[in-house]
Design a protein around this ligand. Structure first.
Ligand code: GLC
Length: 732
């Protein structure tokens, strides 16, 4: 610690001397405007040699970059992942296997987003940021905001939604929370990384309108609203250029259109050139791959942005200004995360408060898709519960790829149900199926499960997806995992058949784990209730038990459309998925409900859908004006009443429709939402304000955001398919 303070005193003294500026440490941990550090950055750059500047532009170990001893410029230290600080492995790639690197295993992105609760996103980020800080990290590599284009994408569980507005809003809260702890978030993977198949080379062919309206806005919101300090480019190409050197994505959009002041880094091993990356690519080359793909310690001076860059700049001195621009952004982030002062707040890990937050997110992120005859919450007529399914006892934390977490503990559904309900009900368990390399069902386990069902009054089936076979984090036995997409839109091990047999014996509540759902099958009709839990984190079992018992009232909403068949998805019927060397996004902007609603296609469960144990009534939309000019805003409010028997929460969703546009636009687009908590009988007024952005589209001709004057509709509901109130507004 002493050396750190001496370091800082050294550098501060040097900078004060250099330009005599008395710069107070950054008291609040909000990101300061660039001008705050410009003088110090200028003076540092003026002291650096080309070799020293270049050191900041590439990895110095598996998860560190930079470091210039002579000038007391420390390294930047990073860590995965989006829902918990990954286990420690120091400077190489093998895990240290120490016992002091467990962390709070938060619900994954899909469950966080299913809460539709922006404030919870902020709290989630503060927990993650505090834990990363306590573990000595400067940058936490999350959130992942890639749009859910197909249910087969292996990393949907890490991501947020099919809708860019929802993804952007939830990401902004998360980022502000992380950065309130004095460290940087890193929004990823920029951009159009919507599949894992051939992720390192596939070229996503995406129209500019689809990029601007669907695949880029969540990143733009992370920057403009979230003030994110870093961004990670994706492995793939977009329209012919690798993301890490993509002139449109990095120069035109990131730096010009989004005015991004933070640093950009490649994904690990995602840089493929020196000159293109220097002139219009990422600031930092990360990665530990050797040419032969092994992950042993490479010579980091061989990286594209290391010695080859020095050589190139020595041959073209005019290129040094590109080096300086990158160094400037990197130093800006370093100042912002207090690498040169000791203003960073103290970090904490595995506190009771953090674990309670993890449970809160799970409670609010679990989605009640169906509840026939109000079978939930379980009534007094139930005496025996048969809990059936392998996912009742699986611990998911350490699986799934780089987002893996060594959870301090993980309450499984069976543990949660036994702990909360074991005194009131007799709980019996049967595994029902066993994950295996052949993907088959087990007649023995089926027989045991049916026998258990016969002895019970109700079946709680807990199944769906899993990350990978235990211990098979990186091989072909993966499902919701990095580096591989799902092979089919149906649960493995013939779970559909098992669920349906159970549902024919006793009333069955089906609980689905996963980053996506599955195709329609009879079990969907025959289950009395269905809950989608995503991956609900270390307290997921507790939260599930609370929902089943009625101790918590579900308030989650789907962040993606559940179609009946894979071919119903436009990315499979119009566009390509997963393509081959290229993947054509021929569906354009018509992704998810933007397609299903516009084409009037039936879905199994619509975007934004989620039931409660109570009911809500929506009053009229009260507008502050009937028409407005693009330079004004329109304000409106709506009264929401809890007219049922339970305290609960509703998500008021505001969609905009533009029937008079001169281009084809989706039937509706989400442009605002607010979660409102109401005691039974309570009414609250929920207010919104929209500006022209909410009514605009990207005009492919003028290559600019455009709003066509005319009549628009404001649609307010609690799902994209359940619009309760409408209002008209005219833009002059
Ligand atoms: C991985 C992932 C990225 C992760 C990085 C470091 O390949 O794509 O999300 O942050 O490498 O592990």
């Amino acid at each position: 610690m002493a050396s750190k303070i001496l370091n800082m005193l050294g550098i501060t003294a040097m900078m004060l001397f250099t330009f005599g500026c008395s710069q107070q440490g950054n008291k609040n941990t909000k990101m300061a405007p660039p001008s705050k550090y410009e003088k110090q950055i200028d003076s540092l750059i003026s002291l650096m040699t080309l070799e020293e500047k270049t050191k900041l532009l590439h990895a110095s170990s598996s998860f560190t970059s930079g470091g210039v001893e002579r000038l007391h410029i420390p390294e930047l230290t990073m860590s995965d992942g989006p829902h918990g600080v990954r286990m420690e492995h120091g400077r190489d790639w093998e895990f240290d296997n120490v016992t002091n690197d467990s962390a709070t295993y938060l619900p994954t992105g899909i469950t966080l987003a299913s809460t539709w609760n922006k404030q919870l996103g902020y709290k989630y980020g503060t927990v993650l940021g505090s834990e990363a800080n306590e573990r000595g990290k400067d940058i936490i590599l999350g959130p992942g905001v890639c749009i859910i284009r197909s249910p087969l994408n292996g990393r949907n569980f890490e991501y947020l939604a099919e809708d860019p507005y929802l993804a952007g809003e939830m990401a902004a809260g998360y980022i502000k929370g992380v950065q309130s702890q004095g460290i940087a978030a890193c929004v990823k993977h920029y951009a159009a990384n919507n599949q894992e198949t051939k992720r390192g080379s596939v070229d996503a062919i995406v129209s500019e309108r689809a990029l601007q309206e669907i695949y880029l806005p969540a990143f733009g919101h992370a920057i403009k609203e979230g003030k994110v300090l870093s961004i990670m480019t994706a492995y793939n190409k977009v329209n012919g250029q690798y993301c890490a050197e993509n002139q449109y994505l990095i120069d035109s959009v990131l730096h010009d259109q989004f005015d991004f002041k933070g640093l950009s880094m490649s994904d690990w091993g995602g840089v493929h050139s020196t000159k293109a990356t220097l002139l219009h690519g990422v600031d930092i080359e990360m990665g530990t791959e050797l040419a032969d793909g092994t992950r042993k310690n490479p010579n980091y001076n061989d990286f594209f942005l290391a010695n080859p860059l020095i050589k190139l700049v020595k041959e073209h001195p005019e290129y040094e200004k590109y080096v300086d621009e990158k160094v400037r952004r990197i130093l800006y982030v370093m100042f912002s995360v207090h690498k040169f002062d000791n203003e960073r707040p103290k970090g904490y890990r595995n506190t009771e408060e953090h674990h309670v937050l993890a449970r809160k997110v799970a409670e609010e992120g679990i989605v009640l898709l169906k509840n026939e005859n109000n079978i939930l919450p379980l009534g007094d007529n139930v005496k025996t519960i048969a809990v059936i399914g392998d996912n009742a006892t699986v611990k998911h934390a350490a699986q799934g790829g780089s987002s893996q977490v060594k959870a301090q503990y993980e309450v499984t559904p069976l543990e949660g149900i036994k702990k909360l309900l074991g005194d009131k009900y007799k709980i019996i368990y049967a595994r029902g199926y066993e994950p295996n390399k052949k993907g088959t069902s087990s007649p023995k386990l089926i027989k045991e499960a049916l026998a258990a069902a016969r002895k019970a009054d109700v079946v709680i089936y807990i199944g769906g997806w899993l990350h990978n076979l235990p211990g098979h984090v990186w091989d072909q036995y993966r499902f919701d995992a990095e580096g591989k997409d799902k092979a089919a839109y149906e649960f493995p091990y013939d779970q559909a058949g098992l669920i349906d047999q159970l549902a024919k014996i006793k009333p069955t509540v089906t609980v689905v784990f996963g980053g996506s759902f599955a195709k329609y099958d009879k079990w969907v009709d025959d289950s009395k209730a269905i809950l989608f839990v995503g991956y609900p984190g270390m307290e997921g079992g507790t939260a599930l038990a609370e929902i089943i018992s009625g101790k918590a009232n579900p308030s989650g909403k789907l962040t993606f459309t559940v179609a009946k068949e894979l071919k119903d998805y436009p990315s499979h019927s119009i566009g390509e998925f997963p393509g081959d060397s290229t993947v054509e996004y021929k569906e354009g902007i018509f992704v998810g409900y933007r397609y299903f609603d516009t084409e009037g296609k039936e879905t199994m469960f619509p975007f934004g859908h989620g039931l409660s144990y109570t009911t809500f009534d929506f009053g009229d939309v009260k507008m502050d004006k009937k028409e407005f000019s693009p330079s004004e805003t329109v304000k409106f409010s709506i009264d929401v009443t809890n007219n049922g028997d339970y305290d609960g929460a509703e998500v008021v969703q505001v969609y905009v429709s533009d029937p008079s546009a001169k281009v084809k636009r989706p039937a509706k687009e989400l442009k605002a939402f607010e979660k409102v908590f109401l005691k039974k009988g309570e009414t609250k007024s929920v207010s919104f304000e929209l500006n022209k952005d909410a009514f605009s589209y990207w005009d492919p001709e003028t290559k600019a955001w455009t709003v066509d004057p005319g009549k628009f509709e404001i649609l307010v509901g609690n799902s994209s398919a359940d619009i309760r109130q409408k209002a008209e507004i005219t833009i002059k």
